[in-house]
Design a protein around this ligand. Structure first.
Ligand code: GLC
Length: 470
């Protein structure tokens, strides 16, 4: 099958969160399974764009609400990601330093979607599947069905995958002029609560809708920022497919970011070396367990609880645990985390920023990873952690619930809690400390979790099954 992934992110070209990781890996595994998967994304000003060679495969003008835009389809020449990668450059619109949070994101992603369809609809053949990811590409299913300009793609099947249902891409009716002419009787398929809502449109217009875990699909049917009814009504075409992780990039035995490699048999000795180095760099105590948080510092990830919960846990355990935070996000969350530093010197530190290499080294060095997410559609960090022998401490929600079993359950291996509260995090930290001090069992668990298979091979097959049914 020929599958075209359309996405705002794709690692290592541009990544803000897990969406980038998924779109950077799934197509590779689809190609390995014999499909022809490609990625089409906007061309930003990222390092990857400047460091690689590109050929222009197509260029043309398009009209968006009376503005003439010129787009170029740039193809990476060497196929180094394991699939064909196309970046669409619209001068002045896509080529910015940031992927998101520019005040014209609506125009930027609309321009991208229109240019992508303009190009694909001129191909001599038609692809089998257009696989759209998140709201940035959510108007594509509507446009190929109801915009006369893309009529040739009318029969191409579409899948829409939700990586985060909180962001739906809403915009006001004044911007409707940006859309190419469409069948006016279908305008209702763009609307939800008096706004244009791309995500709601994709849920209605796509042939299949997926999200990245079964539990999260169930949660969306209860609460989806206003769209819950829609998911409940259309449940027959809605599926939950757990993400995999890229076992090539995330392998402690070959990881290029790590100086010392390890596997299930030498994990204890080598993790100790990594931990010592990280503790030295961040002024922490190597005899204490090291609990890390890695990710975006946003309330949806429970990051607003971290400073208070970590402070309280360090106090209650009388300084017997280390915490280290890596991430960036909300200003006040960053300030709170920085303010905690002088109070807990020697057992706590925070690195504000995005640092892929440091993240890999933290998975290798840490004893535990903490994920107190309020919502977590899938969560990849807990799966990276498992692969690196790092025990997950997670809130039971979405994909975290589907991938981590509490120690109290049959064959359990992690620490799970129910509420995103300071109290639950503190109690979980105390459980982690008890486990850490039970050395034999701790070591047994560590080797055991490294052997779990959360690779893309399995998830790939689940996508394949749905594509085939379409
Ligand atoms: C988003 C979600 C995360 C998921 C990722 C990839 O970042 O918040 O839970 O793992 O997308 O699907």
């Amino acid at each position: 099958m020929e599958i075209i992934h359309l996405s705002a992110e794709c690692y290592p070209v541009a990544k803000v969160g897990g969406l980038g990781d998924v779109v950077g890996a799934l197509p590779k595994y689809q190609c390995k399974a014999g499909h022809y998967a490609k990625v089409v994304m906007p061309a930003y000003n990222t390092k990857f764009m400047h460091q690689n060679e590109w050929q222009t495969d197509h260029e043309q003008d398009i009209n968006m609400g009376g503005h003439r835009l010129h787009y170029k389809v740039l193809k990476e020449k060497t196929n180094k990601l394991g699939f064909d990668l196309y970046c669409i450059l619209i001068d002045g619109l896509t080529n910015r330093d940031n992927v998101y949070s520019e005040n014209d994101d609506t125009e930027r992603f609309l321009g991208f979607q229109i240019a992508a369809l303009d190009w694909i609809s001129q191909w001599k053949h038609q692809p089998d599947i257009l696989h759209c990811h998140d709201h940035h590409t959510a108007l594509i299913p509507f446009m190929i069905k109801f915009c006369g300009r893309f009529n040739r793609l009318y029969k191409v099947k579409t899948m829409f995958t939700i990586h985060n249902g909180l962001y739906q891409g809403w915009f006001g009716w004044s911007k409707i002029v940006y859309l190419p002419l469409f069948e006016k009787s279908k305008v209702g398929l763009l609307e939800w609560n008096n706004m244009i809502n791309p995500m709601s449109s994709a849920v209605r217009c796509a042939d299949a809708v997926t999200t990245v875990s079964k539990s999260y699909m169930y949660e969306l049917m209860q609460d989806a920022n206003g769209l819950e009814q829609l998911f409940a009504q259309l449940h027959q075409k809605c599926y939950g497919i757990l993400n995999g992780i890229d076992f090539e990039t995330w392998n402690p035995n070959t990881d290029t970011y790590l100086e010392h490699h390890y596997n299930e048999t030498n994990v204890h000795e080598v993790k100790k070396i990594h931990k010592k180095e990280i503790c030295q760099t961040f002024g922490l105590n190597p005899d204490n367990p090291l609990i890390v948080f890695i990710g975006r510092l946003m309330p949806e990830k429970g990051a607003d609880l971290l400073a208070s919960a970590m402070g309280e846990a360090m106090y209650q355990t009388e300084g017997d645990v280390n915490f280290l935070v890596l991430g960036s996000g909300g200003d006040s969350i960053e300030d709170d985390l920085n303010d905690l530093k002088p109070l807990c010197e020697g057992i706590y530190n925070v690195y504000i920023g995005y640092n892929e290499g440091l993240a890999h080294r933290l998975y290798a060095a840490a004893d535990f990873i903490l994920m107190p997410s309020r919502t977590e559609p899938c969560g990849l960090n807990q799966m990276y952690a498992l692969r690196y022998g790092t025990i997950p401490i997670v809130r039971r929600t979405g994909g975290l619930q589907d991938t981590v079993k509490d120690l109290g359950e049959y064959e359990g291996f992690g620490i799970c809690f129910d509420r995103a509260t300071i109290g639950d995090i503190v109690i979980s930290t105390r459980r982690a400390l008890l486990l850490y001090n039970n050395k034999d069992f701790f070591h047994y668990l560590r080797s055991k979790i490294m052997s779990f298979d959360n690779s893309w091979e399995q998830s790939q097959k689940n996508y394949e099954r749905i594509y085939e049914s379409l």
